[in-house]
Write a protein that binds this ligand. Structure first.
Ligand code: HEM
Length: 354
């Protein structure tokens, strides 16, 4: 399924390259790729009808904005009535119905299709519906609302994080041509003349894995992770943190701290070749997926989505900046948000390498 989605993405890049501007908006391409990939795993290819990808993208974007914006009603809860004047209530209700209608349609379509999908091809909604039946036999019930909440969690947490990471990695590759060349060499040596990179080839590419880690170090998509609340009074470096305080962990700053990293501002994937540092949350100098009980459950799908498409994009195309732009001119500014995107869309020129 992922290989098909990658093939579709390569096609989209060829179409964009043939347009009058010849520019590929990689921010857009990666977003569509991730939505298609996660949506197919979640509710199956057959349900990805006309306009579905755009519909999900709009909901994810609006969700992100609502979470990040400053709302006076949050600071002054007793002025809750404000939300009727600021339009917050109307926007929140609209987006709630957007998700709710989408999930109702999908769940109903899966229920109607029962018996159609063979076991090997079942998607995540099929699995949840099967669990719902099993659970109800034991008296515990997975409700339709539970299923919708799980689906919303996947789309809310999995899409933006994954596509911004791809954008940052491609931007760093363009700014660091020596890294790009080394990656291309690794890919070509591994696939030995095959026309495309398959899932099975990926496990042999250790430099690609190091690029994944180095992008996560410099550009953790969720730089403050997800907020936590202290359960008891704690003292850290003479600061007393009372119980029930909202705590943010600044992974972004820790992963650029000169105390732990040599030349932390530089993109050097090699630093991950010399050690066994991983992203499983066990080392508190590198934890881009968080850690502990609430560590990201999407680590492996995030990793697979990243490596397969990046390796194929580098194999199939030669990439360069448009209009004689120099590497140092590439805008690496971050846009504010819970998930940190590039401020300007990443526009590149792609030429077929075959
Ligand atoms: C490279 C891509 C991704 C990155 C960098 C990332 C990062 C994170 C981080 C930092 C957290 C907070 C963990 C903590 O506070 O300890 C998190 C939570 C979460 N992620 Fe991811 N994530 C990615 C992809 C995904 C994908 C693909 C999915 C689902 C398909 C997903 C689902 C979730 C969910 C459901 C949570 C909430 C877990 C909880 O609170 O129990 N993530 N992610």
């Amino acid at each position: 399924m992922r290989e098909e989605t990658v093939a579709h993405t390569i096609e989209n890049i060829r179409i964009a390259s043939a347009s009058s501007s010849g520019l590929v908006n990689l921010s857009k391409v990666f977003k569509s790729y991730v939505v298609e990939s996660i949506a197919t795993v979640t509710f199956g290819e057959g349900f990805l009808g006309e306009g579905m990808s755009e519909r999900i993208q709009r909901l994810v974007e609006e969700n992100g904005k609502l979470l990040f914006e400053l709302h006076l009603e949050d600071l002054f809860p007793s002025y809750k009535w404000l939300e009727f004047f600021t339009g917050l209530n109307a926007r929140a209700t609209k987006i709630f119905h957007g998700w709710d209608d989408l999930f109702d349609e999908l769940i109903d379509a899966h229920i109607r299709a029962v018996g159609g999908a063979d076991e090997g091809n079942s998607d995540f909604v099929d699995v949840l519906l099967a669990l719902q039946k099993e659970d109800s036999r034991d008296g515990a019930v997975l409700t339709r609302n539970d299923i919708k909440a799980i689906l919303q969690d996947i789309f809310g947490a999995g899409i933006e994080t994954s596509h911004v990471l791809l954008e940052w990695s491609m931007a760093e590759l363009i700014r660091n041509p020596n890294v790009l060349t080394k990656l291309k060499e690794e890919i070509e040596e591994t696939i030995k003349g095959k026309s495309t990179v398959a899932e099975d080839d990926i496990s042999q590419m250790e430099y690609l894995r190091a690029i994944f880690k180095e992008t996560l170090r410099l550009h953790p998509p969720a730089p403050l992770l997800i907020p936590r609340e202290s359960t008891e009074d704690t003292t850290i470096q003479n600061y007393m943190i009372p119980a029930r305080t909202r705590v943010f962990v600044n992974a972004w700053a820790i992963q650029r701290d000169t105390e732990y990293w040599e030349s932390p501002e530089e993109f050097l994937p090699e630093r991950f070749l010399r050690n066994s540092l991983d992203f499983n949350g066990n080392d508190f100098k590198f934890f881009p997926f968080g850690g502990g009980r609430r560590i990201c459950p999407g680590v492996h799908i995030g990793l697979s989505n990243f490596e397969l498409v990046l390796a194929n994009l580098i194999h199939h195309f030669e990439w360069k900046l448009p209009n004689g732009m120099k590497e140092r001119d590439l805008d690496m500014d971050e846009a504010p948000g819970i998930v940190v995107k590039m401020k300007s869309p990443l526009l590149l020129v792609a030429t077929d390498s075959q």
